[in-house]
Write a protein that binds this ligand. Structure first.
Ligand code: UDP
Length: 409
């Protein structure tokens, strides 16, 4: 776990103030049979992206429950991440013609990682497709292996899925973020919603003075409307589409646009997308394109809290933790009706959904001209997150799954 960050160590009891002591007691009771047992989480990046965000909080909480948890980060070269990014997009339904060599690169890096990662835990959770072929290192005997897929698999590229599905079939169980993402597999499939941590630096309350300081640091005017999208610079997050929507809104309302994103260590496309964004912004002083350091949760928190409207105009989205983060902060959200977003944004109840640049602009204009409705959507969004998408619920799901797997062995 040497490369992982795990900065926030928040005692579980601190969540009792927010969630009630009963819920925390329940977690402790559930975890008792798992005390001292080994769990290993595996993904491909310690910072950047939703999976790392969740693991950064889940791992310390499991540690506090005296579970011997490790977080292994698989290593890959640029060729590996190019292939797995293409697989990722293809599984989300983006057109792709894989070369035979791509599958070889995928398998080769998995084989190399099998040689040096410690994969002997009793419970191993593999996040997303990149490390799936590590399953070959599964020790004989009582080890349970789970594939946690964070991708919208409802319309996968057939070539890629035909290659990966036999590997998926070797796990004991799989986890998806929505019933719609589940595939035909010979193993049990479970539904876990991704989650945010309400007490982490990313989501906890902030002083107004700190928020002002962050705005000043990035030269954002605190007295004018702020539209924000926080996302890795990735085509599927459609930052260029966000700028186009902003331009339409700007004809009617004075506003600024903040596009903030850091590069995830496993995303080779970021640089090109950032260039396209700058070209599209064309020097507009009201468009703030911010390249945040990979780990800057307090700044992200402040930018979200300072926003008048939060946008998530993704073209594809597994879940979109940024949406949950904004809703938790009671922000009115306009987001695309794709992937896991409609689980969070219930149209006209917890936010507004859109299907195009024009639709996004229309919904933003609606919120800017109806601040009462915007505030109500934000409030209802907060309640929806509290009921469904907090880290303690995610933790409970994992504990229950481990107990279930254990009872079958
Ligand atoms: N994020 C961040 N800094 C950035 C961009 C994103 O900390 O510059 C965080 C964001 O707040 C969220 C996560 O990265 O917690 C992104 O997760 P999401 O599910 O929205 O998208 P993914 O990147 O996994 O596709």
């Amino acid at each position: 776990m040497s490369e992982t960050i795990l900065t926030d160590r928040i005692p579980l009891d601190e969540y009792a103030g927010l969630l009630g002591a009963a819920e925390i007691g329940e977690l402790r009771a559930l975890s008792r049979p798992l005390v001292g047992r080994e769990v290993c989480m595996v993904n491909t990046t310690a910072v950047g992206g939703g999976v790392a965000e969740i693991l950064n909080r889940l791992v310390p909480l499991m540690e506090e429950l005296d579970i011997r948890i490790r977080w292994e980060v698989m290593k890959g070269g640029e060729d590996f991440f190019e292939v797995t990014k293409a697989f990722h997009n293809a599984l989300h339904g983006v057109a792709y013609n894989p070369r035979k060599a791509d599958f070889g690169i995928f398998l080769d890096y998995n084989a190399r990682n099998r040689a040096h990662l410690d994969l002997g835990a009793e419970f191993t959770v593999i996040h997303d497709p990149q490390p799936m072929a590590l399953i070959e290192a599964r020790p004989a005997g009582k080890a349970h292996w789970v594939w946690r897929c964070h991708i919208d698999l409802s319309r996968p590229n057939e070539d890629v899925w035909n290659f990966l599905s036999p590997i998926a079939g070797r796990f004991d169980a799989s986890i998806f973020s929505s019933p719609e993402f589940a595939r035909q597999l010979p193993i049990p499939q479970y539904l876990f919603y991704p989650s945010i941590d309400p007490l982490s630096e990313k989501n906890r309350d902030l002083d107004a003075a700190y928020i002002q300081q962050v705005l000043a640091q990035y030269k954002i005017d605190p007295d004018r409307r702020i539209l924000t999208q926080i996302s890795r610079f990735d085509r599927l997050k459609d930052p260029v589409g966000v700028i186009r929507a902003y331009r339409i809104v700007k004809r009617y309302f004075d506003c600024q646009l903040v596009l903030a994103g850091g590069g995830a260590a496993d995303d080779p496309e970021g640089r090109v997308v950032l260039q396209n964004v700058r070209r599209e912004a064309d020097g507009d002083p009201d468009i703030h394109v911010l390249e945040l350091p990979a780990w800057s949760p307090l700044e992200v928190n402040a930018l979200q809290r300072a926003s008048t409207v939060v946008i998530q105009k993704s073209l594809r989205e597994g879940f979109g933790l940024t949406v949950a983060e904004a809703l938790w902060k009671k922000k009115p959200v306009v987001a695309s009706a794709v992937g896991g977003i409609p689980i969070q944004v219930i149209h006209k109840h917890t936010g507004l959904l859109a299907h195009s640049v024009e639709g996004t602009a229309y919904q933003i204009r609606y919120l800017l001209s109806h601040p009462d409705i915007a505030a109500r959507l934000g409030e209802q969004g907060h309640q929806h997150v509290r009921a469904n998408f907090l880290i303690t619920q995610n933790l409970r799901r994992y504990l229950t799954l481990f107990l279930l797997l254990d009872s079958h062995s």
